[in-house]
Ligand binder design. Structure first.
Ligand SMILES: Nc1ncnc2c1ncn2[C@@H]1O[C@H](COP(=O)(O)OP(=O)(O)OP(=O)(O)O)[C@@H](O)[C@H]1O
Ligand SMILES: [Mg+2]
Length: 236
């Protein structure tokens, strides 16, 4: 089986006649952590939304496990989860109910086992004590961890993060980077992380791609990116 989890082949996307993603080709290797680093407005969220299927490319192909994205919804041979830039928790539900919501809605397992699964994940992420709190009672870092817990409960093969450290202080940023590294060590989940935080990208990534003006300028491991001296790095 191929070790490529997601393959982009000359993918382009425009909005209102403006080219946002410009003929991007890129491989994301299975069970590794890939960061997409770029300035605000360069198309990072648009790229992620195409991977999850919220936007369709105007041209080019997205292959997941070798199958074209258009068909993957009906294939059901892998699970993909997405952590929104805003965390997107439901404010009227407790932390626990936010985490179990997908399983509740799809009636997966008994309620008791959904709850124990959620508590186990919340415990791993260090927020089990907040299970009965409402989202409004949480800090930004805790909200982010609840959003990650909600994504993990479906046991995804591919996990996409949109700016998981935006608005977080260095301590919370470090916590998120530890969580991503812990998941990486498990070796069974492909993580793609969009960020404009270079230090954070270095702390989690197997590979980093620099996105600018809708194009990938360079892809490589953190050492290669550090030594590239690409002037774009000074402006992110
Ligand atoms: N649904 C949409 N309709 C029209 N234009 C859009 C839409 N979504 C994004 N865009 C445009 O695409 C461009 C890239 O947006 P995107 O949200 O991907 O940027 P980003 O790199 O994620 O920025 P940030 O770091 O601020 O989150 C912007 O010019 C934005 O206005
Ligand atoms: Mg964005």
């Amino acid at each position: 089986m191929s070790d490529v989890s997601i393959k982009l082949k000359e993918v382009s996307k425009s909005f209102d006649g403006k080219l946002i993603i410009d003929t991007i080709s890129c491989d994301f290797i299975k069970n590794k952590v890939h960061a997409i680093l770029g300035k605000s407005g360069t198309g990072k969220s648009v790229l992620l939304k195409m991977l999850i299927g919220l936007f369709k490319p105007d041209s080019g192909k997205i292959l997941i496990n070798g199958k074209e994205a258009e068909h993957y919804k009906s294939v059901g041979d892998f699970k993909m989860s997405y952590i929104f830039q805003s965390s997107a928790l439901l404010n009227s539900l407790t932390v626990l109910d936010n985490v179990t919501i997908f399983l509740d809605e799809h009636n997966v397992d008994e309620k008791e086992s959904r709850v124990s699964k959620a508590l186990k994940i919340l415990n791993e992420l260090g927020i089990k004590d907040s299970a009965n709190k409402m989202p409004s009672e949480l800090s930004g870092g805790m909200r982010k961890r609840v959003a990650i817990a909600r994504s993990l409960i479906i046991e995804p093969d591919i996990l996409l993060y949109d700016e998981p450290t935006s608005d977080l202080d260095p301590i919370n940023t470090k916590t998120i980077s530890q969580i991503i590294n812990k998941l990486k060590a498990r070796g069974d989940i492909t993580q793609i992380v969009v960020t404009h935080d270079i230090g954070f990208a270095y702390s989690i990534s197997d590979t980093i791609s620099i996105l600018d003006n809708g194009q990938i300028l360079i892809t490589g491991d953190p050492d290669l990116i550090k030594s590239s001296k690409n002037p774009i790095l000074d402006s992110i």
